[in-house]
Every structure is written in C-alpha cells, then in structure tokens.
Design a binder for this molecule. Structure first.
Ligand code: FCB
Length: 463
C-alpha cells in the first residue's frame, strides 16, 4: 500500500481530541478516565470545569463533520477515547463506542475528508491508573492490545494512525509537574512513564505488523538557551523534551546526557532487553505539534520555576517567555517552526506532518454584529504556514499542516478559559451553538487556494 501522505504536497487539515470535545462522559458504557478524575480535584482546572459536556460532539458529530467539510481541508485528525472503546482499559471492545467512531469515519469518507486517528490523547482509563498508570510496564502492554484491537476494526478505512499525542505532556505534565492528569509529582515515575509510552508504541507496531501509516505525534520544541552559560542546561532540557522520543525511534538508544538526567532509563528492569530494538524504526511518519520555543536560563537557586518541575533531573532552571504572546501566554515565534522542521527532517528522515499548530486568542465573545473577527489568529496561522513552506523550500519533507483546532473546547487545566478554535462555541447558550470565526473562512479559502482540499486532489478518491 502507498504511504497515505503524498510526498511533495502539503495537505491541510484540522485536529481535535476526544476528551476536549466529546462530552457524554458516561454514555454508552464509557468508563472513567484519568481526566474525569483529575477535573474533580479542587483547583486542578482553572475554572473548575470538566469534560462531562465539552462540545457535545458525541451527540453533535454530524454538525461537526459539516464544519470540517466547509473548511475544505483534506484531513480531519481526531482521537479515539480509550475508555469509550475499552472501558476497563483491557479486555473486550465496547460495541457502542466502536459504533460511534465507525459512523464518524464512514461519514468523513463519504464527505471526501480523510480521517486520521490518534489512539491516545491523554484519556487513560482510570482502572489502569489505579494499577499504577504509565510508570508501570503493564500500561504499555494494555495500550498495544487496545490499539491493535481498534486498528483491526477501523484500519480498513483509516489509513493514517498515531499512537500517542504528545508523550512529553502525558509523562512529564502528568507525573512530574502534576498539572495534568493524573496529577502526580514524582520525577522518577515520569521518566519511567516516558519509556513505557514509547514501549507502547513499539509493542503496537509489533502487534499490527508492517502495515504502512503508523506514526507518533510529539510536541517537539526548539530549545534556545537564553544566555551562553545556559547552553549545557539547554542540552539537558532538549534531551528530556525532544531526544527521549526521537533517539529510540531513530537510533534505538537513549543518549548519555539523557541517561544522566533520567537514571531510570539506565535501569535494566525498566528498559528491558529488546525494548529499544522494538521502538527502533517503528514509525512511518512523525507528527509535530508546535506552538512555541523554549528559552531556558540558569535558575536563581533554591526553588525551581513551576514549569521547571516538568523537566526533572535537568537542573535548576528558569524558563523565559518573550513577547509577543498568545492569550495562553505562549511566545509567538514562527521561525521556531521552520527551524524545528528542518532539523527534525535531517535527524529522522521521516515524512513530517505539523499535526497541531494554532493560537489561543482572547475571543470568547462575539462582537455586536455576532461575529468573531480573529485577525490575530489569522496572522498567526499565516505566519506559521509560511514558516512551513520555508522549511519545505529548505528540503524538509513536510506533507501536512493541521490547524489546532476546529472548535473552542476544553483546554485541559485551563478549562474553557482559553480558546483555540476556528469555530466559536457559545457556552452561554445551552445548545452550544457553533459560529465559524473569521479564521475559519480564511483557512477554507487557503485550502482552496493551495489546492489541498481532498476533492481538489487529482487521483485522490478516498480509497
Ligand atoms: C496541545 C494538545 C492539545 C491542545 C493544544 C493547545 O498540547 O495536544 O490537546 O490542548 O496543546
């Protein structure tokens, strides 16, 4: 079978994630996930909200497919809710959960949109966390069994798969910084989680065989030391932010700096014989989610910067954020995307997709005319698409660019306070009306202009 991503062409898409949009948290046999549990912890989510309703996309998926179709894009990237498909985390597939994704996939294809599914976008079934979560090897084994079972059912129609979304967040925000579910603050557990996430990917590859189209999505970031003295610290940070995922894929090894930062990865009871060989070469493509660069500076001693807790073992660091910033406080630097794509291309040789890029802007209200005129988001997207084009011109093999995100949704620890959507979701009305923003129309025009809409691609017929 041909690679689902055509070389030499940048296909546009948009992305979402199950927990952020679906709601219906107990419908049709869905079990609890670690995010359902975490949302109940007072103070864990900024506005005290949760995902029980989110965007109601479990109920309103047809309307959301219409919105994707109206965007003229070729790809829709969504994630599969493990607790909907395997409520206990292991064992039988829940037919009602499967039916939901069956319908979604069939409808997307019927509308001329190519589906790409992510198996794990952070909604770990709670029973698996109760048994220890990602720091335990059994979770990697459970993941591969879940992934293979779902791939067997949807793989005839979904050609492009990602195992994990942003394993750095799952491991380090979840188990070291504790600002994401499950909210644990154990640096060593986070390093073990990192290995088990990669092992889960490798075991999944082993289970499904060499069928083309399996990748992994990482939130890699360019690391720019704030001062020359911070360069060694930046190298240690780069090890745990970027190389921990890429090195086992490309080299089948963890490097010495990383082993110093994360001694757990040198422990043969954690990284067992054969694990790295399993991960080595196991991805057909690499997804990169890019939002912002990282600028480490030497810490001022004693207490670590709060986000420094997400880099256990790196050392005493500060993270500098320069202006301009988006509404979530992330520095805007499109040149970081260009640099990253060129470097990762050289490092991996894999076909690359920008699987997420987008911006939170202060646009939670409609103006008097009922419009959300998000020119700031349009400027962000335009600049980052131009950076992607520039990387391609420098030789990077980038085959897709997916906007994060279709709908204003549940933004994890920020709840509903930060909006990244191309479509405004009016939470003041009980039926959650969807109102496309100016950026939605801009992307729709850009997709046509670039000839990247599925319907506009010569020879593409949905097969
Ligand atoms: C990424 C996540 C995605 C969304 C964006 C803003 O880290 O993958 O779910 O929250 O950030």
């Amino acid at each position: 079978m041909a690679h689902p991503l055509q070389p030499g062409r940048l296909a546009l898409g948009t992305a979402t994630a199950s927990f952020q949009i679906e709601g219906s948290a107990t419908a049709d046999g869905r079990g609890p996930s670690i995010w359902d549990t975490f949302c109940e912890v007072p103070g864990a989510v900024r506005d005290g909200s949760d995902g029980t309703r989110a965007c109601d996309s479990y109920l309103r998926w047809e309307e959301d497919v219409d919105l994707v179709a109206g965007l003229n894009v070729e790809w829709y990237r969504f994630s599969l809710a493990w607790p909907r498909l395997m409520p206990e985390g292991t064992g039988r597939l829940e037919p009602r959960g499967l039916a939901y994704y069956d319908r979604l996939v069939d409808t997307l294809l019927a509308r001329g949109i190519r589906p790409t599914a992510t198996l794990y976008h952070w909604d770990l079934p709670q029973p698996l966390e109760d048994a220890g979560g990602w720091p335990e090897r059994a979770t990697a084994e459970a993941f591969a069994a879940y992934g293979a079972a779902v791939h067997a059912r949807l793989g005839d129609r979904v050609e492009l798969w990602a195992s994990h979304n942003e394993p750095w967040c799952a491991a380090y925000l979840g188990y070291a910084a504790g600002v994401h579910a499950p909210g644990r603050r154990e640096g060593g557990a986070a390093h073990r989680a990192a290995h088990h996430l990669m092992l889960g990917h490798g075991l999944l590859r082993q289970a499904i065989g060499d069928v083309e189209g399996l990748g992994i999505v990482c939130n890699l970031a360019p690391v720019w030391p704030e001062t020359p003295e911070a360069a060694p610290l930046a190298d240690r940070l780069d090890a745990v932010r970027n190389r921990v995922w890429l090195d086992p894929l490309v080299d089948g090894a963890y490097d010495d700096v990383l082993l110093d930062v994360a001694p757990e990865l040198a422990d043969p009871t954690v990284v067992r014989d054969g694990d790295l060989a399993l991960i080595h070469g196991s991805a057909d493509w690499l997804g990169i989610n890019y939002y912002t660069p990282i600028r480490p500076a030497l810490g001022t001693g004693g207490s670590e910067h709060p986000e420094g807790a997400a880099y256990p073992g790196v050392g005493d660091l500060d993270l500098v954020v320069r202006d301009p910033r988006t509404d979530i406080g992330w520095e805007i630097a499109a040149e970081g995307l260009e640099e990253l794509l060129v470097q990762v291309h050289r490092r991996t040789g894999l076909p690359l997709v920008v699987t997420e890029n987008g911006a939170a802007m202060a646009d939670r209200e409609r103006d008097a005319a009922g419009v959300v005129d998000d020119q700031d988001r349009i400027a962000y997207l335009r600049d980052h698409l131009a950076a992607t084009d520039a990387a391609i011109a420098s030789g990077a093999d980038v085959r897709g660019y997916f906007v994060w995100t279709l709908l204003d949704n549940f933004e994890w620890a920020e709840g509903y306070t930060k909006t990244f959507g191309l479509v405004h979701v009016d939470r003041d009305h009980d039926d959650l009306p969807r109102v496309p923003k100016a950026s939605y129309h801009w992307v729709a025009d850009e997709a046509v202009r670039r000839g990247s809409s599925f319907r506009g691609v010569a020879g593409a017929d949905g097969a």
